[in-house]
Design a protein around this ligand. Sequence first.
Ligand SMILES: [Ca+2]
Length: 454
Amino acid sequence: MTSDRAVQGLPAGQVMAAAQCVQYQEGAVVSRELARQQGGTVTLFAFDAGQGLSEHTAPFDALVHVLEGEAEIQIDRRPHPLRGGDLLLMPAHHPHAVQARTPFKMLLVLLRTALMLMGLLWGAGPATAGETPAATSRPIPVILDTDIGDDIDDTWALGLLLRCPELDLKLVVGDYGRAPYRARLLAKFLQTAGRTDVAVGVGQDRDPRGDGAQAAWVKDYDLKSYPGTVHADGIGAMIDLILGSAEPVTLIAIGPVPNLAAALAREPRIAQRARFVGMHGSVRSGYNGQPPPDPEWNVKADAASCRAVFQAAWPMTITPLDTCGRVVLDGERYQRVYRSPDPIAAAIRENYGHWNVHQKGKPETVAQRSSTLFDTVAVYLACRQDFCRMETVSLRVTDDGFTRVDPAGKAVSAAMEWTHLDGFRDWLVKRLAGGVPAAGIRPASTAPVSAGGS
Ligand SMILES: [Ca+2]
């Protein structure tokens, strides 16, 4: 349901106490979006004492109005103490971080300029409530670290990533063993998608386990035939790309993370130059969508590596099972992808078929519905976060693969629940069915359009 009013959830013509519109939650950052228009958003935040938002950069100006409490906001690492009544402008493209000294509430006004343009140009359609492209005018450089070839959702996530013009995929690296098999899958998929500009990195193979469920799709594919670059040392390629990039790289991780732990051990400086977005953990809900949490596979498979990644200084955003475990496509939405002539959709469909045979699934399933598409949510979070409620939670990785809430743990921004799951499904389908040009194919003109023109 969409309202014509840009301001959701507030009665019109009624005076409200701003600070009463959002409530504190122990050990958490709670946010409530009050308004969303093409020109920007207005959001209320309530931070418990000690909570914060780790350093990040936004492509637009943001105005903070403190309602109550005390906080420190850093802009370009320079601290600014703030208390109730204060205003502060956080300029676009300058890294900033928020830390609550006491329980603290603020109103945040994001001022977009020509950002909507991108969604319109790329056929994403006009924004509806809960759907505004959080796209930057320049695509974000991305590395994908993936255990593609085990569960099938990595293949869907790679297809989605190639359909996100907000993201500029530079390098894909297979993680968690089966290195030659994963590299061949990645190379053939990229070649099929016409994206051989993307480099393939071979991950470490300390636990070779042969081929997996999609082996039939690459049985005749020779990695030497890939027209693009293949890095035998995928970990070194990640390090070089992160340290050599003029702007921060987004690392999207959708599998167990031994490569990333190895990269951090080899070159700790990468944590200062990249942000991590991952499909990891289980905070309140487990695999069945209910409490208690479970040891999630990407954490449990190599908890020591995951802990090293959580201890690094980079800002982290995750989709735990709480949100990603709920994404399945079926019905008309699924049919739009299943029947699409788009080469990426076709490659996903073929791989899903091979995977289903290997898993001894019912043959008719492939024509009816997807499996759970956990990893697609990490790709989504790398470019926008408006269909779910984000919460800053402090998490500790345990030896048995849990991500436990612990004030001494790593503060991560986690997608804790869907506010508009159908909106996400529609967005996913629109991209996977081929409604948006592949990233890397630019429209003829990307000249800025005045805000009034869109
Ligand atoms: Ca995966």
